[in-house]
Design a protein around this ligand. Sequence first.
Ligand code: ADP
Ligand code: MG
Length: 241
Amino acid sequence: SEDNKGASESLSVIGELAASAVHEIKNPLFSIRGFLQILDNTLSESDKRKEYVKIMISEVDRLESLVKDFLMLAKTQNDSKELVWVCELVREVVELYKNSFEKKKIQFRLQAKDESVFLWANKDQLEQVFINLLQNALEAVEEGGSIDVIVSKKEEKVMIEVKDSGRGISPEVRDKIFTPFFTTKKNGTGLGLFISKRIVENHEGKIYFSSDEGKGTIFIVEFPMRETTVDDRLNLWYNVN
Ligand code: ADP
Ligand code: MG
């Protein structure tokens, strides 16, 4: 539709800009961070300047996550779509988070009720959506909390749910979380959900959530399912194995 075309065009413009800017910004940031760390090590605890250096380090870290999120935008530049096996993609993303989950003693469960769900999608973009949702879940839960990912088929739709037992989203901010740069985190960028929503809409899907303050949040992503032929599945099988 026209709307979706608009969204993907602006995605690619921002993406192109981000791609070149990001690489120019990354290296100097890395070197600033390194020298600040050295400076920090040479100052004694009683030195007032140590506090300033700590602030600088924390601000550089913030810039670093901004750059990371812009890189994510750059990755969404390529708009080509292919047949994607949803369960496999989700497993790949979950793999990236294994260590972080273990470190925070999180009870993680992946439930793929129906293995045979396929989407016609851009794999990189889809991956970014689940990275964002898992990252937010990880940041929302306390040590020992739980995160569940559920993949299922409902009528003609594929549903992917990311559920956490975290702090929840307060009613005052519920309308704002998809707005670019809106964040409640000290080092947040407020870009994750904004980008995710763009991507999901670019795939004719929907993203929504339900949250209970203090108990947890569930984000649901819904896509129209792609019917597959035997050929499709054979191709995919050979690609994966
Ligand atoms: P960021 O993570 O950088 O803050 P996002 O766009 O990913 O930016 O999220 C925006 C805001 O939405 C977060 O700052 C947080 O307040 C809220 N949020 C998103 N996901 C969750 C979650 N799973 N639990 C609680 N709050 C969340
Ligand atoms: Mg985020």
